[in-house]
Design a binder for this molecule. Structure first.
Ligand code: DGT
Ligand code: MG
Ligand code: MG
Length: 351
């Protein structure tokens, strides 16, 4: 690879020398650099130290490329005489938004103005299981699409977070590609599967989801992020359960209900539910209290016939017995137990 890089470098230097005389070698030279950089980008975040060394050594090419782009931008009237058009330089204005290497990439999608959306579609308050089911179905579509690369998804209310494995190379870790593909697939799946969950209730208007990308450098940071989302689920659910019980069963107005809950602690709300509605908060459905966790698990799908059947090679048998499937849980992810039971989530092997 380094030899290949050197060969290109020679071309580049030759091109540089000639570029003052005629635009043709400059075109030629740029084309080679672009091509080389494309090769090298695959080594940029490669796991092997050798691959990284090659990339670093060829950093010079990157600088030359920037110089040429600069010259083009400075309107030196470089005439395109070869394959690419003179307009191609505009591509260099695109920001390099690749995520930091060696970090966990999290993409979170969240429904746009779901306060209005839930009202328009008469969602059951405070939790509508049709909506939660549909959100999870959309999240499963995303996990299927990025099979083996998303190790965990966590959802509650109108949001879902997707955790990529630490060394993912999907879309060269480009933030905008990851975010937009996930947000759009999530939204289209939400609409596609709508009738399966809401039956004859028609969609009133097309829903949309925003997306963001966050990178976490340590296991603790990643776990704290997920703990934050699960704590948010718990806090909102406890509040909303009290808020709607006071309205639905004690005929309070929303303003009165809000006033009654103002300044209350978690223990006060638990007490209120128990005293006034005979509800033990801990007995409410886990999906509402803890949200939904989706993880990829290896499924043993090989039948006895497949395992020992005539003509099945050991490779076939391995293939048949390692199919991935998505496991749905509604458990605590703040404590250590979950992470001890599923160490593969944080380990980086492609699954
Ligand atoms: P945004 O995200 O800034 O565009 O605005 P919203 O309105 O989506 O705000 P957000 O995401 O903080 O809150 C989610 C809203 O969605 C919240 O008003 C409650 C509603 N929602 C989500 N799931 C359910 C549900 O199962 N039942 C009901 N009734 N409402 C839900
Ligand atoms: Mg929202
Ligand atoms: Mg939300």
């Amino acid at each position: 690879m380094w030899k290949l890089g050197r060969a290109y470098l020679t071309d580049v230097l030759r091109g540089q020398l000639l570029c003052g005389l005629t635009p043709v070698p400059l075109q030629f030279c740029t084309r080679h650099i672009t091509c080389t950089l494309r090769h090298l980008s695959t080594y940029k975040h490669g796991a092997s130290p050798w691959g990284k060394a090659v990339y670093l050594k060829n950093d010079y090419l990157r600088k030359v490329s920037s110089l040429i782009n600069f010259l083009r931008c400075a309107h030196l009237h470089i005439t395109p005489t070869m394959a690419k058009s003179k307009f191609e330089y505009v591509k260099s204005f695109e920001a390099d938004d690749s995520c930091l290497p060696n970090t966990w990439i999290v993409v979170r999608v969240d429904g746009k103005n779901f306060h209005r959306f839930s009202d328009s579609h008469n969602f059951i308050k405070p939790n509508d299981d049709r909506s939660l089911g549909l959100m999870t179905k959309a999240a499963q579509s995303v996990m299927e699409e990025f099979k083996g690369d998303i190790t965990l998804a966590y959802g509650q209310s109108d949001e879902y977070s997707f955790v990529f494995r630490k060394h993912t190379t999907t879309y060269s870790r480009r933030s905008s590609k990851l975010m937009t593909n996930i947000a759009s697939l999530f939204a289209s799946s939400f609409v596609f599967y709508w009738p399966r969950y809401f039956h004859s209730l028609q969609l009133q208007y097309p829903p949309s989801f925003d997306g963001r990308v966050i990178v976490y450098p340590s296991e603790q940071n990643l776990r704290d992020y997920l703990s934050w989302r699960q704590a948010d689920c718990h806090i909102n659910n406890l509040y909303n359960t009290c808020f709607w019980k006071l309205i639905q069963e004690h005929d309070l107005t929303p303003a009165q209900s809000q006033e009654k809950l103002k300044g209350t602690l978690s223990s006060d709300k638990n007490e209120l539910l128990f005293r006034e509605f005979n509800i033990n908060y801990n007995n409410l459905p886990e999906i509402h209290r803890k949200g939904t966790v989706l993880i990829m698990k290896k499924e043993d799908v090989a039948s006895e016939r497949h395992r020992s059947g005539p003509g099945s090679s050991p490779k076939d048998r391995r293939k048949q017995s390692s199919r991935l499937h998505i496991l749905q849980l509604h458990c605590d992810i703040i404590g250590s137990q979950f992470w001890q039971e599923h160490p593969e989530i944080l380990s980086d092997t492609k699954r």
